[in-house]
Design a protein around this ligand. Sequence first.
Ligand code: NAD
Ligand code: MN
Length: 333
Amino acid sequence: MKLCLIPGDGIGREVVPVAAAALQRLLPAVQLQQADAGWECFVRTGQALPDATLARARECGAVLFGAVSSPARKVEGYRSPIVALRRELNAYANLRPTCTLPIAGARQDVDMLIVRENTEDLYIGEEQRDGDTAIAIKRITAAASRRVARAACETLLARGMHRLVIVHKANIMPLTDGLFRDCCREVAQSYPQIEVSELLVDTAAYQLARAPQQFQALVAPNLYGDILSDLAAAHGGGLGLAASLNQGDAGVAIAEPVHGSAPDIAGQGVANPVAALLSVALLLRHTWQRPDEAQRLEHAVRDTLAAGIATPDVAGAAGVSTAAFAQALLARL
Ligand code: NAD
Ligand code: MN
């Protein structure tokens, strides 16, 4: 087994080494390879996602991606490398679970999965501006909608769930979101065990904020999935704890914490490595088929948090450093 480490920018560089150390403790035979991407890489080399990084990711078959910074304004030649990486590696389904963790502020009754389409929608980046008018192209295809629906159904069943909600806004966008909805419905028909329903995205946001315990799994186009999974992460104790895995069929899997590069705390040594650790657990479980190691890692994270050891985003003034958390976690592995 090989894992390509792409720490990226900001706290990506602080949390990826912790997750890599935990993985080596669990599976000493795993070969770790470093690769570069992100804003600082772009400034230095002119490429946000160098060809060598892409080649290394393909060769390894699995990636742990930290986070990258993206400028808020358009910079010529810069495109977010994680969006490009997901597309290049055809990791078309983004699995974003929210589970209860033993910390104050996390709901203890939520166990849900959001499956986000990863390759199209407004994220294709086709924007044009003409004077005071700007437009963006929203692209939805039947093939991409069907394959993410299938991934959602399979993952849902693997997690012992049976209810799926399709998220869309087909009342306003009948052609694009309507196609997504219809394809999901069609795919779900071949899973008679799954009870399918649908929600408009605004209603889904309201229900996710109000009563998240009603949900098991949701499948959504790219943009809605992005936004709703951040919302769901709030119930799990915050962005520092939210994990994800990008997966395709034969492609390369990308384990990726949901959070960004957190410039407000980068360099202070207080970033929460749990999101990155739990992303590696998802990789162990769903990509490498190593459920025992996945569970050992998840238990070690839970035990550490249950002992009251957590970074300041979770524990406030009683919070410990990233290094102290890592030490406590590694001791439990
Ligand atoms: P962010 O996730 O970086 O930070 C949001 C807030 O959550 C901040 O207050 C931050 O301190 C806190 N936070 C996030 N992760 C944390 C962790 N592990 N431990 C402790 N606190 C944590 O989102 P943002 O501030 O909107 O974006 C910052 C930069 O990250 C931007 O340049 C944005 O483009 C980029 N970004 C990248 C990704 C990615 O690489 N996948 C995702 C989102 C944002
Ligand atoms: Mn996001």
